[in-house]
Write a protein that binds this ligand. Structure first.
Ligand code: TRP
Length: 335
């Protein structure tokens, strides 16, 4: 946290505490966040305010927040290097979100594909928060003057909107918000479902064999990989129409650092059974230390509290500057 004044680029990202974290979240996002901590001034948040756009059961929601916080620490997010706070602890997020709502058009929000998808999926609860979710996300990012935001494909449209909102506000008044760029990691996999490799791995999939979570036990992980859908060619090689094998190769490559050619050589003449076992074992070994650390952190509430409190204090102070700046330009009288 001491290094925040250095001229390193500012990176902001957040993840929702909406249930178990999957291998997809880990390999696709979190592993990169951990790596970025040394290169950039990273600020991370648990986006709990976003999560209530879908109805949550209170006890489960509370548990998910604590477990998600512990999970990210276990993955290697270090609050000493990168403040990692809980969104609802920092009051500026909801405040700036309201302001930005007034600089965002109904039409723009209506075009968000995630809104269309989610309102179809939760037709009984198409609430205003679901609709304005992207302005809260824009507030998250713009409050910290973030240069870069690592996001997956599903959040690209929201980031694009955040950029438009920033540019619009800057244009009406004068430069106030840094216009953030998407950060595309050099490594990092788009992990697909183990049962339908054309779909992204998702914890909301009805088929539990399609996803692996950060906390799955070794024998469960092995079983899921052994059942993974492949093809009838029986050749470990990356190629068109081999989505299942491509996915397994991508997982294996991300964990071991091996190239696809090296993997093809390693399994030359071997069957899919051997390959699936090797991928499963690599995942088990990758997650073992994460799971051990997770157990330690969830059991140490005092340590977690210290981490999220310190981080929230830091974030509150930093973000207040941006909020004040924006409010002043609009014409508000500051307290
Ligand atoms: N909406 C993001 C998701 O569901 C989480 C998120 C909230 C986020 N605020 C953010 C991501 C700001 C990046 C930047 O994945």
């Amino acid at each position: 946290m001491e290094n925040q004044t250095e001229k390193k680029k500012i990176v902001f990202s957040a993840i929702q505490p909406s249930g178990t974290i999957t291998l997809g979240n880990y390999l696709g996002a979190l592993k990169n966040w951990v790596k970025m901590q040394d290169e950039f001034n990273c600020i991370f948040a648990l986006a709990d305010l976003h999560t209530i756009t879908v109805r949550q059961e209170p006890a489960a929601f509370r548990k998910n927040i604590c477990e998600a916080y512990a999970s990210l620490l276990a993955c290697g997010i270090d609050p000493e290097k990168s403040p990692f706070f809980i969104q609802s602890h920092v009051t500026t997020h909801a405040q700036l979100a309201w302001v930005l709502n007034c600089y965002t058009q109904f039409g723009e929000l209506s075009r968000m594909t995630q809104f269309k998808d989610k309102s179809a999926k939760h037709a009984d609860n198409v609430n205003a928060g679901l609709f304005t979710y992207p302005t809260l996300m824009a507030a998250d990012i713009l409050l910290y003057q973030a240069d870069m935001v690592p996001v997956g494909a599903d959040q690209k449209q929201h980031l694009e909107l955040a950029r438009n909102i920033a540019e619009r506000f800057n244009g009406i008044y004068s430069p106030t918000f840094k216009v953030p760029d998407p950060y595309i990691a050099k490594s990092g996999a788009r992990v697909m479902s183990l049962q339908d490799p054309l779909k992204k791995m998702s914890k909301s999939d009805e088929n539990a064999n399609s996803f692996v979570t950060l906390l799955d036990k070794p024998d469960g992980i092995m079983k899921k990989f052994k059942r993974a859908v492949t093809d009838s060619e029986a050749r470990v090689a990356y190629g068109e129409g081999k989505d299942g094998i491509n996915n397994l190769m991508s997982i294996y490559a991300t964990i071991t650092g091996k190239t696809y050619e090296q993997i093809e050589q390693e399994f030359d003449g071997k069957g899919y059974g051997d390959f699936k076992t090797a991928v499963g074992e690599a995942v088990v070994e990758e997650l073992r230390p994460v799971q051990e650390r997770f157990e330690r952190y969830v059991a140490d509430k005092a340590y977690m509290q210290e981490c999220y409190k310190k981080s929230a204090d830091f974030a509150q102070k930093l973000s207040q500057r941006t909020l004040d700046k924006a409010m002043k330009k609009i014409g508000f009288v500051l307290r």
